[in-house]
Every structure is written in C-alpha cells, then in structure tokens.
Design a protein around this ligand. Structure first.
Ligand code: HQG
Length: 183
C-alpha cells in the first residue's frame, strides 16, 4: 500500500466520518457508525480520487498512525473513534484519568484559554493526551506548540467526567482555567 494513498484516504474518512457525511450522501447512526458497504459505494459514486475498496479500508483501519477509525465486531460498520464535530454518542465508559493530562495548543489562543479555560470549540470534546509528546504534535499542527498541563485528577475528584476513546485520546467536556498549569 502506498502511504500517500493511505493518508489521502484517512483524511477523506476523517471528513465524512467526523464532520460532513452529507458530502457523499452518507448517513451515520446516532453512535457515529457508517455502514461499510454503503460507505464504499458512496465514496466511489462521488468519483473520489481513490477507488474505495474493502481492502483499502482494512489497511487504513489497521495501519493509521493514530488508529483514527474502528470497525464494529462483525466489520459491517465503521466509525471515527474521536474528533467529531457532528453530534454522535460514542457511548464511551467514564474513566478515571491520570493525575495529569496534556493539551497542545499555540500562543495566540493562550490569553483566551487563561480566561475561559479549554473549550470544545467545534468538536464534541476537549482532547487531551497522557504524554507531552503527543500534545507537542497536536500543537504543532497550528504553529509553535504550547503545552498545557491539566490537573485532571483534581477535576475528576471535583466531579468532572473523563472518557478514553478507543484510540487512547482522553476526552472531557471542558477544562476550567483553574485546573490548567500554564507554567
Ligand atoms: C483551542 C487531532 C481559544 C485548542 C489532534 C485548539 C487532536 C481555545 C483549538 C484532535 C480555547 C481547537 C483535536 C479557548 C481550546 N480559547 N482557543 N477557550 N479552548 N482552544 O482541532 O485539541 O489528527 O478542535 O487549544 O491530534 O487541537 O484529527 O482541537 O488549538 O487529537 O485525529 O482551540 O484533532 O486529531 O482545535 O485537536 P481542535 P485539538 P486528528
């Protein structure tokens, strides 16, 4: 498999499984699942650059750098494991977080984050990671990364809920500024 093709397919799947399924006339169920056969047919109808095949989907699900997509048990359905902007119920179990989690952002957002904390912005959750390296990567998508340390253990004890996505991204609804260490 050509890695460039796999990346193009991953980006396209992110678009239709997280943000805009209607772009190809796809319907996700309330838990974010798309029917695999329907997805393949509809991707190909739109004449996407890559002919979508079951093999290509298998490859991306298996080898994607962040394991962004997952099948259901019998592989008839596929969904994005996190990162949605459309409203889906991922049905993740509440999970007690580590004492500290990390968030990568950039300087231009710092003033606002200091004031109002971390917000979901256009997504369904605030995304956090268990290690700083991942946060550096996330922040670097937008420029020079700024790493925030979130006192997730304290938040949890104060009643905030945390979820761990299937691909190990920590999710929560918001992080009030008082739980953020700005250094
Ligand atoms: C910032 C990628 C101003 C926040 C990544 C971020 C991640 C605020 C941006 C996943 C703010 C939102 C999510 C506030 C938050 N004022 N700015 N109060 N609160 N922000 O893309 O966390 O590769 O929605 O710091 O790896 O950057 O797509 O969130 O910079 O896991 O799989 O607003 O997306 O995963 O940006 O990234 P995003 P994110 P994938």
């Amino acid at each position: 498999m050509n890695e460039k093709t796999a990346k193009t397919v991953s980006k396209f799947l992110s678009l239709v499984l997280r943000h805009s399924p209607e772009k190809i006339g796809l319907k996700l169920d309330e838990n974010g699942w798309a029917d695999v056969e329907e997805l393949i047919v509809k991707c190909n109808k739109k004449g996407s650059q890559n002919q979508m095949t079951a093999e290509l989907l298998d490859y991306v699900v298996e080898n994607n750098d962040k394991k962004r997509f997952a099948y259901n048990e019998d592989k008839t359905k596929i969904r994005a494991s996190q990162g949605h902007s459309i409203s889906v119920e991922l049905d993740l179990a509440e999970t007690e977080p580590l004492e500290y989690l990390y968030h990568g952002t950039v300087g231009k957002f710092m003033e606002s984050i200091q004031k109002e904390g971390l917000k979901k912005m256009s997504r369904q959750h605030v995304h956090l990671s268990k290690d700083k390296e991942t946060a550096v990567k996330v922040g670097s998508r937008r420029g020079v990364p700024q790493i925030l340390t979130v006192r997730s253990g304290a938040m949890f004890r104060d009643g905030f809920k945390f979820y761990l996505s299937e691909n190990n991204v920590w999710l929560t609804d918001e992080v009030p500024a008082k739980y953020i260490e700005f250094k």
